[in-house]
Design a protein around this ligand. Structure first.
Ligand code: URA
Length: 287
């Protein structure tokens, strides 16, 4: 059988990989279900420490809502590993009721009017999500920056350009519907002032919105980019370096973890690892 992770790159995709700064390599020809966590052919810098996560405050209650699984999300997920040890987080104010049952419109309107945490005070726009709402792929980033806050769309700044190129390299685009479509959302919908790291409380306040987005999209794969996306969805502070290279699950959907594009812009040597993560996500989405 042919290796499902191996697909022919056209000129455009090669150009995109070049844009990412990635030299093309392929996983071992046996296409192991669990790939090596780190590709061997890189000139690796010293082990990066940038993805070390802070330990959130202890929980006093309110777990993130876990809505019922949608039919597609209930399909069997082979080779998925359980998430690492949970890290409970808690919102400081009561969560909005009924989020777990809202349709897209109600969900977006509720998020736009949300006052569960203090981030509402300075937002210009809540940044809900973009792309095909029935996409097979869902990308989850961390939080909007200045440009995203102004435009109301995730990943429109410099790291968004890299994200778009990464997605193009595997045939996906935020503009496409159907096969090449992707839905992009953030763990946090409102810009943290000063681009501060999202707090556990802020992550907990927003988690029900993301949970409902996942239920509504019913993706075949979720790609988590960055430690705060990981913290929100997998509820762990394990570093990206330890979590990538495996398939986790969330709401029964396979989850692959990778570095945040902003991190990759600062650490281009790790783009090859991100490419390996994209291939793992591609293979997992193809079942
Ligand atoms: N970084 C993110 O994680 N999300 C955005 O929308 C922009 C930058």
């Amino acid at each position: 059988m042919s290796d499902p992770t191996r697909f022919d790159l056209d000129e455009r995709q090669r150009a995109m990989l070049a844009e990412m700064g990635v030299r093309v390599w392929w996983p071992s020809k046996q296409a192991e279900p669990e790939p090596e966590p780190e590709p061997a052919n890189q000139a690796m810098p010293a082990a990066p420490a940038p993805e070390a996560a802070p330990v959130p405050a202890a929980s006093t209650g309110v777990p993130a809502a876990a809505p019922p699984m949608a039919p597609r999300a209930q399909q069997a997920v082979p080779a998925a590993r359980p998430a690492a040890a949970p890290v409970p987080v808690v919102a400081t104010r009561p969560l909005v009721e009924g989020v777990a049952h809202m349709d897209w419109r109600a969900l977006q309107e509720t998020a736009a009017a949300c006052q569960v945490c203090d981030l509402c005070a300075q937002r210009k726009n809540s940044v809900f999500g973009v792309g095909d709402q029935q996409a097979n792929w869902m990308v989850v980033g961390e939080a909007p920056g200045e440009q995203e806050d102004l435009q109301g769309e995730p990943f429109v700044g410099q790291s968004g350009q890299l994200l778009d190129n990464m997605l193009k390299a595997v045939g996906l685009s935020r503009q496409a519907q159907g096969e090449g479509g992707v839905y992009i959302a953030n763990a946090i919908k409102c810009r943290p002032p000063g681009n501060h790291n999202p707090t556990p409380q802020e992550l907990a306040a927003c988690a029900p919105y993301l949970a409902r987005q996942v239920t509504l999209v019913q993706p075949k794969i979720i790609l988590l980019m960055g430690r705060f996306a990981v913290q929100s969805v997998l509820q762990t502070t394990e570093p990206i370096g330890k979590l990538r290279g495996q398939v986790h699950t969330y709401q029964g959907v396979p989850v692959v973890v990778t570095y945040h594009p902003a991190y990759l812009l600062r650490n281009p040597a790790d783009k090859a690892k991100a490419w390996a993560d994209l291939l793992l996500a591609l293979k997992t989405a193809q079942g």
